[in-house]
Design a protein around this ligand. Structure first.
Ligand code: FAS
Ligand code: PHB
Length: 394
C-alpha cells in the first residue's frame, strides 16, 4: 500500500470537487482529488447550463471567468410560455440588477481541469473502491485502488463531492443522517443540437407536457421535454422529439425553432433530495452528494458552487486561525441556501408540469398561480430574485 499525505482529501472530480481544489490551492491549502471515472468520461457528461449571478461573480473572482465571458451567453431574464396565453419575460435584470449566463457545466469542468493542471493539482482519476476511514478522529484517512494497488491518503479533512451515488454520504451513519426526499412521476428528455438556439431561455407549460428551450452557444442548442419515466431513448428518434417539442409551443415559437440532428440525447429523472447534516466529524458534503433538485430551477450546479464557496472559506479560516467557527457553522449555512433552492425548484416544477393523476381543482390552482404571476410585478420580482440567485451569506 502506498501512503501520501494532504490537507484535504476531495472525493469526486466533478464541478464541486474541482472547484474546491482550485479555491483551496489559491489559499495555499493542498488537496488531492479522487475521481472514480476517467477524465474523458467526466467531460462527456452534458448537464447544467444556466449560471446564477453569484456563480458568475465567483468564477471571475478566482480566475475562471475568461472563457466564460468569451463564450458564455448573458441573459437578463427568462421567458414563461403558457398554453393559450402570451409569453412573458421574468425580467431578472430589471428586478435585481443582475445578469445570468448560459454557459455549460461541461465547459466549466474543462476550465477547472485546465486550471488544476496548470497549477500542478493532484487529480487521481479511475480511483476505484474509495473508502473513508476514521472520520471522527483527528486524523481521518482515505483508501482507494488503482492499477491493482491499494493507496492510502492521510488528511486533516475529507470533502465529499462525489454526487448522489457517491460513497461519502453513505459513510455517515444512518443514525446521524436525516434524509428528505420527493420523487416526481416524470423525467426530462434532453437533446443537444448544433443549431442556432431559440433566442430566450423559455419554459413552456402545455397540456401535452412541459418543454424547455435553452442554449450553450450561438450554434449549440439545448432542448428538453417532460417524458414518462418508463420511456427510452430508442422510442424518441429526433423527428419525433422535434414534432413533440413544437406541439408544446405556440405557433410563432414553433416556427422559430431550428431543428437538426441531435448530438446528445439523455433522460434524467426528477428528484428533490436533501441529506442533513452536511457534516460528520471531519467529513463535509458539498454539491449533489448532499442534495438534488429537479432541474426546473437551474439550481443544481449553482448549489454545488455555493456549498464549495462556504466550505473553502471555512477551511481557510480554520487553517489560518485555528478556529473552527465557520466549519462548525458550515452545514447550517449551506442548508439555508439548499432549502431555498429546493423550494424554488419544487415550486417551478409543480407550476410547469402536468401530473398524471392531478384533479381539476389542482389544475385550476396551477392556472390561477400563473395568472397571478403574470399580473403581479411583486410576484415576478420575488421569482426573479430567487431565480438569479440570492446573495451568498457573509
Ligand atoms: P457530480 O455528480 O457532477 O460529480 C460527482 C463526481 O464524483 C462524478 O465525477 C463521479 O464520477 C464522482 N464519483 C461518484 N462516486 C465516486 C466514488 N465512490 N469515488 C470517487 N469519485 C466518485 N443541474 C442544473 O442546474 N441544470 C440541469 O439541466 C441539470 N441537468 C442534469 C442532468 C443529469 C443527468 C444529472 C445527473 C444532473 C443534472 N444537473 C443539472 C445537476 C448537475 O448539474 C449537478 O448539480 C452537478 O453535476 C453537481 O456537481 P457535483 O456535486 O460535483 O456532482
Ligand atoms: C440548460 O440549459 O440545460 C437548462 C436551463 C434551465 C434549466 C435547466 C437546464 O432550468
Amino acid at each position: 500500500m502506498t501512503a501520501t499525505r494532504t490537507q484535504v482529501a476531495i472525493i469526486g472530480g466533478g464541478p464541486a470537487g474541482l472547484l474546491l481544489s482550485h479555491l483551496l490551492h489559491r489559499e495555499g491549502i493542498d488537496s488531492i482529488v479522487l475521481e472514480r471515472q476517467s477524465r474523458a468520461h467526466v467531460l462527456a457528461r452534458i448537464r447544467a447550463g444556466v449560471l446564477e449571478a453569484g456563480t458568475i461573480a465567483l468564477l471571475r473572482a478566482v480566475g475562471l471567468g475568461a472563457r466564460m465571458d468569451r463564450e458564455g451567453l448573458p441573459h437578463d431574464g427568462v421567458v414563461i410560455a403558457w398554453e393559450g396565453r402570451p409569453r412573458f419575460v421574468i425580467d431578472t435584470k430589471n428586478f435585481t440588477g443582475k445578469a445570468m449566463m448560459a454557459y455549460g457545466q461541461t465547459a466549466i469542468t474543462e476550465d477547472l481541469y485546465a486550471a488544476r493542471d496548470a497549477a500542478g493539482g493532484q487529480i487521481v482519476d479511475q480511483a476505484d473502491d474509495v473508502r473513508l476511514h476514521e472520520l471522527t478522529a483527528a486524523r481521518p484517512h482515505v483508501t482507494y485502488r488503482k492499477n491493482g494497488q491499494t493507496h492510502r491518503v492521510d488528511c486533516d479533512y475529507v470533502a465529499g463531492c462525489d454526487g448522489y451515488h457517491g460513497v461519502s454520504r453513505q459513510s455517515i451513519p444512518a443514525t446521524v443522517l436525516k434524509v428528505f426526499e420527493r420523487g416526481y412521476p416524470f423525467g426530462w428528455l434532453g437533446i443537444m443540437s448544433e443549431t442556432p438556439p431559440f433566442p430566450d431561455i423559455c419554459y413552456c407549460y402545455h397540456s401535452r407536457g412541459f418543454a424547455l428551450a435553452s442554449m450553450r452557444s450561438p450554434m449549440l442548442s439545448r432542448y428538453y421535454i417532460q417524458c414518462d419515466l418508463d420511456t427510452t431513448i430508442e422510442q424518441w428518434p429526433d423527428e419525433r422529439f422535434w414534432r413533440e417539442f413544437k406541439a408544446r409551443c405556440s405557433q410563432d415559437m414553433a416556427a422559430a425553432i431550428v431543428t437538426g440532428p441531435s448530438i446528445e440525447k439523455s433522460i434524467a429523472p426528477l428528484r428533490s433530495f436533501v441529506a442533513e447534516p452536511m457534516r460528520y466529524g471531519r467529513l463535509f458534503l458539498a454539491g449533489d452528494a448532499a442534495h438534488i433538485v429537479p432541474p426546473t430551477g437551474a439550481k443544481g450546479l449553482n448549489l454545488a458552487v455555493s456549498d464549495v464557496y462556504y466550505l473553502a472559506r471555512a477551511l481557510v479560516e480554520n487553517y489560518r486561525t485555528g478556529h473552527s467557527r465557520a466549519l462548525d457553522g458550515y452545514s447550517d449555512m449551506a442548508l439555508r441556501r439548499v432549502w431555498g433552492a429546493e423550494r424554488l425548484s419544487w415550486w417551478l416544477t409543480m407550476l410547469l408540469h402536468r401530473f398524471p393523476d392531478e384533479s381539476p381543482f389542482e389544475q385550476r390552482m396551477r392556472e390561477n398561480q400563473f395568472d397571478y404571476l403574470h399580473a403581479s410585478e411583486h410576484a415576478q420580482a420575488s421569482l426573479a430574485e430567487q431565480y438569479v440567485g440570492l446573495p451568498f451569506e457573509d
